[in-house]
Write a protein of this length. Structure first.
Length: 158
């Protein structure tokens, strides 16, 4: 292997970085490099600090994309979140209990969760929101309606 030449022009260095990012599959670094490099030069960052910023941006973006993939794979029927849940309209739902559930300790322990209540009390909203939280924390989630499971069981018995 021939030794690398020093003293690349800015254009050659940029092209080399772009090519290396493509080969190494580093899309965030590839996209943000110029802006980050310009900012690092303005702020007189060390090489290590600049590299750390670039690598952390790549790691953060990969974590975000993994969460998005897990949420899509869960097949939720609609998007729901815990901050959007109206606890005032549902006074029987304890916010502290929901926030405890959002930590996903029950998932880590392999404990089941069953929400029971009248129609319109927010069960589906909470289940989707808690499933979304679990997916964001790295758990694989799958949304399935119990009605469908019952139908499959009843069909199998017929």
């Amino acid at each position: 292997m021939s030794p690398r030449k020093r003293g690349l022009t800015e254009e050659a260095a940029t092209a080399s970085i772009d090519q290396a990012c493509r080969m190494l599959r580093l899309p965030t670094i590839r996209q943000q490099f110029k802006e980050q490099a310009d900012g690092a030069a303005r702020e007189q960052m060390s090489y290590r600090a600049f590299l750390a910023e670039l690598l952390m941006a790549e790691c953060d973006d990969r974590a975000r994309r993994r969460s998005e993939r897990r949420i899509r794979a869960a097949a939720f029927p609609r998007e729901k979140s815990l901050p959007a849940f109206d606890f005032d309209a549902n006074p029987n739902v304890d916010p502290a209990t929901v926030n405890t559930l959002a930590t996903c300790e029950w998932v880590k322990k392999g404990e089941p969760l069953c929400l029971i209540g009248d129609s319109g009390t927010g069960k589906s909203h909470l289940l989707i929101a808690l499933g979304t939280e679990a997916a964001m924390q790295g758990f694989r989630v799958r949304y399935v309606l119990a009605v469908l499971i019952t139908s499959v069981v009843n069909t199998a018995r017929a």
